[in-house]
Design a protein around this ligand. Structure first.
Ligand SMILES: [Zn+2]
Length: 494
């Protein structure tokens, strides 16, 4: 035991020496950092941690009408995970699509950090009409540093020793629940960073997202955990269409071999490159019902200072391509037919298309957005306790189709406010029915799908309504004014 102890002491001494050597070695080719905001705007220096915080705070403080700073959470070493929300009314959860960019979940892959910082600056300060319009039309969330513990492993003022891993030396992009491998695919507990990003995504419910990496140059779309021969995402053609536009928008100065190391067109179905379990892309896509693209932006993990600027030069148009796909598809608000309350968690499924969790859901505002290319789709809206409704939706690639929907509750629609003295007869009804309500009110008749068939005014005296055009079956009869309503099921038999 004693010998072992001495051996271990020697081993640690040697490791300490080697570590010091490698530090020195790294320092000889150290990467320069911006220690203040002014230097940052040369765009050829990586930020220190404090400069990064100053940068994020600067935009939120200076442009509060279009920008707000979110704290996603804290890292293992208690650094901040931040995102800027950029939109026309950032303090309100608006009924607009949400796009989420984040970078550097691998702490040494820093091209995307710099690209996203320049993207933030352009998105906020540009006076170009199309950028202002984008800012007003969608809600953009941007996190330039998803793993600052890995980036600043050598301390807050250096990125020269940045590592892929978090402070527990775990790969955060293998730490998410996986569609194929299940919970804990890496055999580790969920890291605080992973939990923070999952909570943020589930709270905000992004529609499209992208996670930026380096080490290759490719647009990589779901799934990562399946080869395409095993399972293809329902929106594979949408991912490829958007990818082609992304790659096609590189600036004219971009070398012709950029984005060619993995596939000739720069686009790949993730699992066909190599399979990954526990990646954030598949979690976002499968479990959060978002659509996430993994972008590999440069062969260099952490490009030298001299090389940093070139990637924004290549990508400054392309970075706007994916967010603009938040404006192609259909959107709307789902409400309760009878009460007009907005409905959360309504599943919106495109028939003969959606599979493997590609459906989208309405949020707590009742709002939904389904990105999809032009077409004529049969879409079913469903929610527990409500009658499902199927409608046809036409979409184009130039705009978002508006499609508000109302669903009929199975329980509320049976009888509401039964104490009200309302007489409806005869029941069943064949051609006309009499309604006695004692005051002037409005009425609506809905079929079982929640579709309104008839409506009008009921007066204080007895009313005779002609329902002879209704087919045989059950309907919901709603009488209402500004203060109250009364619902009753009616049966038409002819
Ligand atoms: Zn990576």
């Amino acid at each position: 035991m004693k010998n072992l102890f001495i051996s271990l002491v020697c081993l640690f001494a040697i490791m300490g020496y080697m570590n010091a050597f490698s530090q020195n070695h790294d320092n000889t080719k150290a990467i320069s950092v911006a220690t203040n905001l002014e230097d940052m705007y040369n765009w050829n220096l990586y930020p220190t941690y404090q400069t990064y915080l100053d940068f994020m705070n600067y935009y939120a403080d200076t442009y509060p009408n279009i920008c707000k700073l979110d704290t996603i959470g804290y890292t293992t070493q208690n650094r901040l995970l931040l995102a800027l929300k950029i939109s026309s009314n950032p303090n309100i959860d608006q009924n607009k699509p949400k796009f989420f960019y984040s970078s550097s979940i691998h702490g040494n892959e820093l091209t995307g950090t710099m690209v996203l910082m320049q993207f933030i600056d352009t998105l906020i300060t540009s006076t170009a009409d199309d950028i202002i319009q984008l800012r007003n039309s969608i809600q953009m969330y941007i996190c330039p540093m998803a793993n600052p513990d890995g980036t600043y492993i050598a301390g807050d003022n250096s990125v020269s020793s940045a590592v892929r891993y978090n402070a527990n030396y775990l790969d955060l992009n293998r730490n998410f629940p996986d569609p194929k491998a299940g919970a804990h695919p890496d055999g580790e507990s969920y890291q605080v960073e992973t939990l923070a990003f999952m909570e943020y995504a589930l709270r905000e419910r992004f529609h499209i997202s992208s996670n930026l990496h380096t080490g290759s140059e490719v647009y990589n779309y779901p799934f990562d955990c399946y080869r395409s021969s095993q399972k293809e995402h329902a929106d594979k053609s949408w991912f490829e269409y958007m990818g082609n536009e992304f790659v096609g928008a590189f600036s004219s100065t971009t070398p012709s071999n950029y984005f060619t190391d993995v596939s000739s067109n720069g686009i790949i179905d993730g699992g066909d490159w190599y399979t990954v379990f526990g990646g954030r892309q598949d979690w976002h896509t499968y479990f959060a019902h978002c659509r996430e693209i993994t972008l590999e932006l440069s062969m260099d993990y952490t490009p030298s200072n001299a090389k940093i600027k070139r990637y924004w030069e290549y990508l400054h148009n392309s970075m706007f391509v994916m967010p603009k796909y938040c404006l192609i598809g259909f959107e709307g608000v789902v409400k309760d037919t009878l009460t007009d309350e907005v409905l959360d968690n309504v599943m919106i499924k495109i028939n003969n298309h959606d599979r493997d969790s590609s459906e989208v859901f309405s949020n707590s505002n009742g709002y939904f957005f389904r990105p999809i290319l032009s077409g004529n789709y049969s879409v079913t809206f469903s929610k527990d306790g409500y009658y499902s409704k199927t409608i046809n939706v036409n979409t184009s690639n130039d705009m978002t189709t508006l499609q508000d929907v109302k669903l009929l509750s199975m329980t509320q629609s049976i009888e509401k406010n039964p104490k009200k003295d309302v007489k409806i007869y005869p029941m069943p009804v064949n051609s006309v029915m009499v309604v006695e309500v004692g005051e002037d009110m409005n009425y609506s008749i809905f079929d079982m799908q929640g579709q309104m068939i008839m409506n009008g005014r009921i007066h204080s005296r007895a009313n005779v309504l002609d329902v002879s055009k209704l087919d045989n079956g059950n309907y919901f009869f709603k009488i209402y004014n500004a203060k109250e309503q009364y619902n009753k099921k009616i049966l038409v038999i002819k």
